[in-house]
Ligand binder design. Structure first.
Ligand SMILES: [Zn+2]
Length: 219
């Protein structure tokens, strides 16, 4: 009986620990290559100071006009972070860096988005789940060394054909900026998404499980 109780306690401790993603920043930068579980969820800010974070769903500046994340964190699987760090290094070498709009998105929030925009061209049906729900997708743009966003032709989450990689009726500058972003991301194990210039999926991440973890935010 004692043993059963002990095992139950261990199970509870483990399951409680794994249901929350922590927003608290590590006092020192961690090395992603020392993480042993490629599928574990981690907080990107603990592995690099070289990204710009503009997590739109933690503000009201998004197509929902509602703050749907409790805090502006970028959680991703370890393997996604590994590839993203390499891609950012390549951009940094050229004087640019990645600015993030969205990373891991709990499935409960996907359901909310689908209610507002039930159009699979722009929002994944929560029945199937999006790669964002699996920790393998990022919504990004590029900023220059002064922090200015490159002109990509539309804002993030612009739901129209102008946001598509296949829409070519844009200035040479915009097309070159999109190409710059896409080429380096594709070289670092990501795939683009035709209808959204800002969205990138880690290769082979569609087979991962949809996840609905809660976030523990700082006060
Ligand atoms: Zn996306």
């Amino acid at each position: 009986m004692k043993k059963t109780f002990f095992l139950l306690l261990v199970f509870l401790v483990i399951s409680c620990k794994s249901t929350y993603l922590d927003a608290k920043k590590s006092p020192v930068l961690l090395d992603i290559n020392k993480e042993t579980d490629d599928n574990a969820f981690v907080n990107l800010k603990n592995y690099s100071n070289d990204f710009v974070f503009d997590m739109k769903y933690a503000t009201t500046d998004n197509f929902l006009n509602e703050k749907v994340y409790p805090c502006g964190e970028c959680f991703l699987r370890v393997k996604t972070v590994k590839s993203l760090l390499e891609a950012n290094k390549a951009f940094l070498d050229k004087g640019y860096r990645i600015k993030l709009y969205d990373c891991y998105r709990p499935i409960a929030i996907q359901k909310k988005m689908w209610k507002i925009v039930p159009n699979p061209t722009y929002v994944a049906n929560p029945k199937k789940g999006s790669i964002h729900n699996k920790g393998g997708a990022v919504d990004i743009t590029l900023v220059d060394s002064a922090g200015n966003e490159l002109n990509m032709g539309t804002k993030f989450d612009f739901f129209g054909e102008e946001a598509s990689h296949n829409y070519l009726n844009l200035s040479e500058e915009i097309l070159a900026n999109r190409k710059f972003l896409k080429e380096i991301m594709l070289r670092h194990n990501f795939k683009s998404f035709d209808s959204e210039w800002w969205h990138y999926n880690l290769t082979n991440s569609s087979a991962d499980a949809v996840s609905n973890q809660k976030w523990r935010c700082e006060d």
